[in-house]
Design a protein around this ligand. Structure first.
Ligand code: SAH
Ligand code: SF4
Ligand code: F3S
Length: 467
């Protein structure tokens, strides 16, 4: 049976607001100002969700804290992308028995992508009795009611029903950063890359209405944010489900034309749908950062096919070449998987060749991790772990050399950066392409765009002088 996206109605959201008020009342009657700790694992999608969880908690009277110790509610927003991520969460959840013993009124919730897997929520139900509530990403908007139920009945709640996914607008949000704002443009993924759990745990692709996205962007610009990142697992599919004739490039062009002093980024883009129009749009608008995160996963066509990526390395390179022909300064980053089931030494070398050919500014490198329920998890995988580790090390070594060479080529150039913090006697800032730059300057520059001339570099950062 085909499942449909649920649009959460205003009445349902009003019910959540009412639950927030009741939670506030619950604590006020006891004369307690409750505190909450929200811990986030995984990607920007989860970061953005956590900002909404904090928003709902703040609306329920909670102050935020940065430790489990003494928190009245703990929310762990989990990630299922690789086994290692899941093991970390289980380890940390186990340790919470002790913090709860020291603070018996503590309530513990688990949410996020791991909870979209029935086997995981069952394990929590049976083996982690100190966990009070579990909800999958589809049920995030219901969190106030779930919390209220746990507080008032003391019973455990599990909101994990499998759905195609929902869209809920106007959930309160408490952003974690004063300068950089995440704005989701769509949720879910339809691609079913054979190794990936995301489509199973985040449901089908669903786009927000363009006017809701523009409204949120205007709000963050008015609030003084200097950087907006438009988020989605596959932003190039934006709008296909809306039937309005608006694609992601059109949407970005609209945001890039908003008034104000800000810059615009986006992630992530799937090479099979990344259009020339998108590159043209990036080139056209000064507010769009000249940076593209374009995951390639493997440089070998047989492996790409088994991964169900639906492009060839030649098509990928054609896109990169087009982007660079328009914008020679384009910063390119990517994701790559080593040790996919059945990957041979020669196939792995195709990956190294692609990296040499593209010369990425930075790479996120992963060793294949089998995820239960995905096709790749049951594929034959004869390559020993030690061999995969060796391939991984070769890949990292190659990328480190390229990154360092790229860094060195910045010396003598002047770049515009957004000053975002202080580390000891230096200010820290990011270039358009997301590179870390350190330089001397006063705190008055925090939150401003300034020009810096690069004088030196390390493998990880650039060193500069204020213009
Ligand atoms: N939607 C994004 C990627 C999200 S997951 C995209 O398609 O580009 C981020 C990265 O994690 C992926 O690009 C991939 O490189 C890696 N990844 C996903 N599943 C994995 C698995 N089972 N094992 C190892 N790495 C994985
Ligand atoms: Fe996973 Fe592929 Fe979707 Fe990215 S595009 S989230 S890798 S299934
Ligand atoms: Fe992890 Fe979910 Fe993101 S699985 S990488 S948090 S979409």
């Amino acid at each position: 049976m085909e499942q449909k996206t649920t649009v959460i109605s205003e009445a349902q959201l009003a019910q959540q607001q009412a639950a927030c008020e009741q939670i506030k009342e619950y604590w006020m009657q006891q004369g307690i100002r409750p505190v909450a700790f929200v811990d986030t694992y995984g990607c920007q999608q989860n970061e953005a969700d956590s900002e909404r969880i904090r928003g709902m908690l703040a609306a329920s009277g909670y102050a935020m804290t940065d430790t489990e110790e003494g928190a009245d509610v703990i929310v762990l927003n989990t990630c299922a992308i690789r086994e290692h991520a899941e093991q970390r969460v289980f380890g940390n959840v186990g340790a919470l028995t002790h913090t709860k013993r020291r603070h018996p009124r503590q309530k513990i919730f688990l949410c996020g992508c791991m909870m979209g897997q029935p086997a995981v929520s069952d394990r929590v139900k049976h083996s982690y009795p100190h966990v009070d509530g579990v909800f999958s990403t589809h049920h995030l908007w219901e969190f106030p009611e779930l919390l209220l139920r746990v507080l008032t009945t003391g019973k455990r709640v599990f909101a994990v029903a499998d759905e195609a996914g929902s869209i809920a607008e106007n959930i309160p949000v408490l952003r974690g950063n004063k300068l950089k704002a995440w704005v989701s443009v769509m949720y879910g993924c339809n691609n079913f890359c054979s190794y990936c759990i995301v489509p199973y745990v985040r449901g089908r692709e669903r786009s927000r209405q363009p006017e809701d996205i523009i409204k949120e962007c205007k709000e963050v610009i008015a609030a003084g944010y200097k950087e907006i990142t438009l988020l989605g697992q596959n932003v190039n599919s934006y709008g296909k489900d809306l039937g309005l004739g608006i694609d992601f490039a059109d949407l970005m062009a609209q945001v890039a034309q908003l008034e104000g002093d800000f810059r615009l980024r986006f992630m992530t883009s799937h090479p099979k749908d990344a259009s020339r129009k998108l590159f043209d749009t990036i080139a056209k608008y000064p507010k769009i950062c000249k940076q593209f995160h374009l995951p390639f996963q493997s440089g070998n066509d047989r492996v790409l096919k088994v991964m169900n990526r639906r492009y060839t390395s030649a098509q990928y390179l054609e896109l990169v070449d087009y982007g660079r022909s328009l914008m020679p300064e384009l910063v390119l980053t990517s994701d790559v998987i080593v040790g996919f089931p059945g990957e041979t030494e020669e196939e792995f070398e195709d990956t190294l060749k692609l990296i040499e050919r593209v010369r990425y500014d930075a790479l996120f490198t992963f060793i294949f991790s089998p995820r239960g329920g995905t096709p790749a998890a049951s594929m034959e995988d004869p390559t020993p772990k030690a061999e995969k580790n060796r391939r991984f090390d070769r890949l990292v070594e190659l990328q480190n050399r390229i990154s360092e060479e790229k860094h060195r080529s910045y010396i003598g150039k002047t770049v515009t950066v957004l000053v975002d913090g202080r580390d000891g006697d230096k200010l820290t800032a990011r270039t358009d392409g997301g590179r870390l730059v350190r330089f001397e300057g006063s705190d008055e520059l925090l939150g401003q765009f300034v020009n810096v001339t690069i004088t030196d570099c390390t493998t990880w950062s650039l060193v500069g002088e204020l213009e």
